[in-house]
Ligand binder design. Sequence first.
Ligand code: NOJ
Ligand code: CA
Length: 552
Amino acid sequence: MPENTFLKGPADWWRQAVIYQIYPRSFADGNGDGIGDLKGVLERVPYLKSLGIDAVWFSPFYPSALADGGYDVDDYRNIDPRIGTLEEFDQVLDALHNVGIRVIIDIVPNHSGSGHKWFQEALKAAPGSPERDRYIFRDGKGEHGEIRPSELVSHFGPTAWTRITEPDGTPGQWYMHLFASEQPDWNWDNEEVRADFRKTIKFWCDRGVDGYRVDVAHALIKDLKNGHLPERSSYDVKVMKKDGTDDLFDRDEVHEIYASWREIFNQYEPPRMGVAEAWVHGNRRPAYASEKGLGQSFNFDMLYAGWDLKKVKELAKNNLKAAAETGSSTTWVLSNHDVIRHVTRFAVPGIHDWARWYRENRFDPKLDLELGSARAKAMTMLLLALPGSTYMYQGEELGLPEVLDIQPKDMQDPSFFRNPEVGLSRDGCRVPLPWATSGSSFGFGTGGSHLPMPEWYGKYSVAAEDGQKGSFLEFYREIVALRKKLQTKEEIKWVGHGLFSKVIHFARPNGWQSITNFGSKPVKLPAGKLLSSSTPLVDGKLPANATAWLQA
Ligand code: NOJ
Ligand code: CA
């Protein structure tokens, strides 16, 4: 068995990496059916290489009924035929590895899709059977079991319980689903479920994947003992207990599962890694990022920090400290497939309630896209200069704004339809990428696209930006490459500029400095050689809403 090199050497590739998220259905369509696929990814490997990234993370590509964009997995060890085949996956993996790009894949362990073989078996089996025990089935309350077992609310809509029809045609038991009803929750107290996931983890590790992004990593273990069923009205981190004893989320026992996955990860050379999607209190994040567990944990704080000097600095400091506690490295995220793209977020400053803003303004959003783009670039440079890994979402390198005006008839997101009072759709960030300046789907494929693409999309296309000085794409390529050259020990020194200063300024051990101007007036740059700036300097000064990197 190779020695565990978790903390030193090639095994550390993920600690300060740039990881690019591919949402497969919307990246590139290789066969012209309007749905992105592995053939499309294979054709775009040179493009991915040109970005200078260290790894890609694939959102789910598994067979799925698409009740939740693929996060309803019907078969964990296969590829959706609309996306490709296992052979094509191997080809993509090889092609990416050959150009030095690692591959992380999504694993969805809290729930399967309702088309999963084991869920279908459970429906056909009797109450109390081993087949039903793999999921969370309970009898209903009331004389005929007609009242749901508890008042638990799902993340997508009113209830986390759905009643089934028993094989004999009578109304039957209920099953629990924290998300859509097509996403039945697994029962992680069941040893068969645990063993099957270990088999899945091994399956893809054997194929050569470098790591996993673990979906809702904090929800697997629930306190359902002695008939206890949570009566919860919210999936809100703020109401979650901070000590590992919450009914539903972030229970201490969940780490046993990741310890067993770590054992598998460490059987490979270099060891595989995991990154947890864990919506937990900051004090609880380090446990997921422990070297005894997954190794890394997402921090989504910057999604909500806005353009706010105090918040950004405080969050940066807290997250660096928390990651250091377990010997992990932190992660920085500005966008992903679940949130409004950050160019748009920065183009409407001062909004905190995004769902409300979206409901009320999406058809007339009054965006200041120039400001949004400037802040997006500045924040990207700031985060890239910090120790830790940066996760980027496909299209952010093009400066894509959110598509806000998708009509409900064209939407796919269950959270839009099932949470009408929230009314926020995630489809606007999942619109296929524009590769060409024109054409029915802007070069996404030769057919149409599964979500409508707006006519302004062409000007954000790869073709429009490639090789164009000053374009978003060239900006990303330049700073990602520069960061790679400058990369250094995971240390940071904050440089103070007085109480009323409007800058965030820090230095890395090799003299690499980053300074961001959060104020409204240009500021003087510190001493050093200018390496790059997100907006050109004005009279030698750093303009508002800009970041510069310098070498002291
Ligand atoms: C988090 C994923 O990012 C999101 O897209 C999905 O809807 C939920 N988990 C449920 O799997
Ligand atoms: Ca296709």
